[in-house]
Design a protein around this ligand. Structure first.
Ligand SMILES: [Zn+2]
Length: 151
């Protein structure tokens, strides 16, 4: 399961009651993307929630793909956001705090931790491959990304 399947709306129950419809808890579930982030429910939300929802839409759902928001860009952008927080030196607990402040989302820090571990392993595999292929620029780039994650 991808990490984006484990990102949840923090005040899910409250949002559902404001929207007067039951939406899934997962932030990247189809129905959540449709109803909460792209639907007409926005004006039913209280100000604080609406601001966060709009920020999320602007930051992750802003691509022009035909299949938006099902094109995969939102998930990719969110993963980049997590990796950037990590590169800034934040640990799993702090990353959860920041996503909660930024977008009213939460995740279990254990899930974030295994996501970060997997990312390092993926980079290590890519690093090995770049070395074998003699792709030196790519190799340096991957090493740098890995160093950021391991901080
Ligand atoms: Zn897209």
């Amino acid at each position: 399961m991808a990490i984006t399947d484990k990102i949840y709306l923090k005040n899910h129950r409250q949002i559902s009651s404001q929207l007067e419809t039951n939406i899934p808890k997962g932030a990247f579930k189809g129905a959540t993307l449709d109803i909460l982030f792209q639907g007409e429910g926005l004006e039913k939300l209280d100000d604080a929630t609406r601001d966060r929802v709009l920020d999320f839409s602007e930051d992750f759902l802003d691509c022009d793909c035909d299949h938006n928001p099902y094109c995969g860009c939102p998930e990719r952008k969110f993963i980049r956001y997590l990796l950037e927080l990590r590169a800034e030196g934040l640990g799993p607990d702090a990353i959860v705090d920041v996503m909660s402040d930024d977008y009213m989302l939460y995740a279990y820090s254990g899930d974030i931790l295994s996501f970060l571990d997997n990312s390092v392993r993926t980079l290590e595999a890519a690093e090995g491959l770049a070395r074998v292929e003699g792709a030196d620029d790519r190799y340096d780039e991957i090493r740098e990304a890995k160093r950021d994650l391991a901080k």
